[in-house]
Design a protein around this ligand. Structure first.
Ligand code: ZN
Length: 344
């Protein structure tokens, strides 16, 4: 296992830069000149969010991404991307849209000035809970912070002790993942466990003491500022970031209605696009979202090959902050092969 990890590290540090400098990503953009792809980011901070989380990139790396995109792609807004697919419009260059999930404050404070620098449009998918709970911490970030700064003896949830496991997870003695448990559990249960963890381990004091910044979400003023910016669109990521296909249909419906209501109250409009939290959906989730007026939907990866025939459901390429620039760009370049291509 250790050998495999060493080989992977070696690959990232030496082989991938060689592949990059040999022009492979640029070659892929020429080979797949009709590709339409959507990049999925979470955040950009001064120095990234490792070792806590792989969801945020260092600003210098994000700047390199945009420089690469500007050179090799047409960078368009997500609205334009859906329009291209809907109208079956041919493109003269690989075309890319940029998205950010969850609504982190750094989207406004750090990513936006870099987007402006390169004149790149982006869409921010907001969990509307930010409008209701000031200083809300996403459950994944609570776990990440406790993994690094929690008691060495592990953290206890409902009598079960979870300790730092391999990678970025916390596992019980029987190998059960706390992260997976929280991702998949019912809304009330997840909220109860997270509240318990925040209180029992005094997560907010840890944040203050360690001066942890990356977890901060946008506040209402920040959302409005992003929404009014000519380069940015704000769209929906549900309300409480629950897996809409795993919770009861009634809860999923209530979550999406809450999300829509808050868009109306705070931004004076309906959201048009829904990015499924954690990319999790089924046919029923799609039908529910459509019934509630979400015209366009975003997956991470399609769940069935037929999903690719639906011009209003597009997939995205995840960008990771836990790997280096070369790895992300090569991964992106290879993803052009399976992109939302227009059938001409
Ligand atoms: Zn999300």
């Amino acid at each position: 296992m250790k050998l495999l990890e060493t080989a992977r590290q070696l690959g990232r540090r030496s082989i991938l830069p060689v592949m990059y400098r040999a022009g492979i990503p640029a070659l892929m953009t020429r080979l797949y000149g009709d590709s339409l792809t959507i990049a999925c980011y979470h955040g950009v901070t001064i120095s990234g969010s490792m070792p806590y989380s792989g969801r945020h990139l260092p600003a210098t790396t994000f700047r390199r991404h945009l420089r690469f995109y500007r050179r090799h792609f047409n960078v368009v807004s997500l609205a334009r991307m859906f329009e291209l697919v809907e109208r079956n419009e041919p493109v003269d260059k690989p075309t890319l849209a940029i998205t950010f999930d969850d609504g982190y404050a750094n989207n406004l404070e750090i990513a936006l000035p870099i987007l402006e620098e390169f004149d790149c449009p982006a869409t921010v998918f907001l969990s509307t809970i930010v409008f209701e709970a000031a200083n809300h911490i996403i459950y994944a970030d609570v776990l990440d912070i406790l993994r690094i700064h929690g008691p060495p003896s592990g953290i206890v949830v409902d009598g079960v002790t979870y300790r730092r496991g391999r990678g970025r997870d916390m596992v019980s003695e029987t190998g059960a993942s706390l992260y997976e448990r929280l991702v998949e559990c019912m809304p009330n249960e997840r909220d109860r466990i997270v509240d318990q963890l925040l209180e029992r381990y005094d997560v907010r004091s840890i944040i203050d003491k360690e001066k942890i910044q990356y977890w901060r979400l946008l506040d209402s003023t920040g959302v409005v500022r992003l929404d009014n910016h000519p380069l940015v669109d704000v769209e929906a990521h549900g309300h409480g970031h629950y897996l809409l296909d795993k919770i009861p249909r009634g809860d999923a419906e209530a979550d999406l209605i809450r999300c829509k209501t808050l868009f109306r109250e705070k931004l004076d409009r309906d959201p048009e696009v829904l990015a499924f939290p954690a990319g999790s959906y089924t046919r029923q989730t799609i039908e529910l979202a459509r019934k509630l007026g979400f015209r366009y939907l975003l997956a991470e990866r399609y769940k069935t090959p037929d999903d690719g025939d639906d011009p209003h459901l597009l997939e995205r390429v995840s960008i990771s902050g836990s790997t280096n620039y070369y790895s992300n760009i090569l991964n992106y370049a290879f993803s052009l092969r399976r992109s939302n291509r227009i059938k001409q």
